[in-house]
Design a protein around this ligand. Sequence first.
Ligand SMILES: Nc1ncnc2c1ncn2[C@@H]1O[C@H](COP(=O)(O)OP(=O)(O)OP(=O)(O)O)[C@@H](O)[C@H]1O
Ligand SMILES: [Mg+2]
Length: 278
Amino acid sequence: MPGAVEIKSQKVADELKNALPSKLEVKRVSKTFEAKRGEKFLALDDVSLNVGEGEFVCLVGPSGCGKSTLLNLIAGLDKADSGEILTNGKPVSEPGRDRMMMFQEHALFPWLDVIGNVMFGLKLKPNLNDSERREVAKYYLHLVGLDRFLNSAIHELSGGMRQRVALARSLAPNPQILLMDEPFGALDALTRENLYGDLQRIWQQRKKTIVFVTHNIREAVCLGDRVILFSPNPGKIREEFKVELPRPRSINDPALSEVSSVITAALKCHLDAKGVME
Ligand SMILES: Nc1ncnc2c1ncn2[C@@H]1O[C@H](COP(=O)(O)OP(=O)(O)OP(=O)(O)O)[C@@H](O)[C@H]1O
Ligand SMILES: [Mg+2]
């Protein structure tokens, strides 16, 4: 990455100090949805998961196994029917700036330029004035490699660049937990490859606890300290795998393929057992 951004004020330097990453506990969480015709659908069944401070955990599993549902519950966007979710020992009851979410669709504001989008998330920081917010936003845009695009319009950016803006926007409020729902799912392989490297660097630099949802097992192995395998009907955790490969990891590393094959085989086995696959 090119030279660092110069930080002029002490207040901004304080703002940019790493927030201590949170511990996350999901305790026996179940969630039912009511389908249109009134029947109940068990999206998450008695799911428990502990994520350590600064750990990078990936959730994988086929469509409909409750990955996004769990992320929404952790974000406080929805409520569990039973069980509880704790961050640093405190129950989650609503959305908060300690937990930022990033989606597959970038959800940026098209009427704001790149830096405007990142500054938007800082509006609620009463201790910062406008020029300090701008400095903070610049720091994060540098972190994601977009220094040269501060004043670009969103429609001028490629899909990968938009996701970089979305990442900078999620990081800017300095959350302790970053929740990522298939953030690279719509990008081509080469663009994704660059983002894997950058996300690992940023995670290590900013010390976040990350819960990352993906369909892509190689992606999960490339990024995660642990890969948690879900299966559907009802959504349940079936197995988990610790990934001990050294970092930074490259998606093309043959050792990574080996670990991915083991997890893919396990997933097939769980789905076969449930009759989900032929
Ligand atoms: N608001 C809702 N109302 C009704 N059913 C829902 C709602 N949200 C999710 N579901 C159902 O709950 C199940 C789990 O959905 P969820 O979106 O969590 O799956 P997912 O693992 O994220 O899938 P995908 O990989 O396709 O994103 C699905 O069967 C879905 O149809
Ligand atoms: Mg989903």
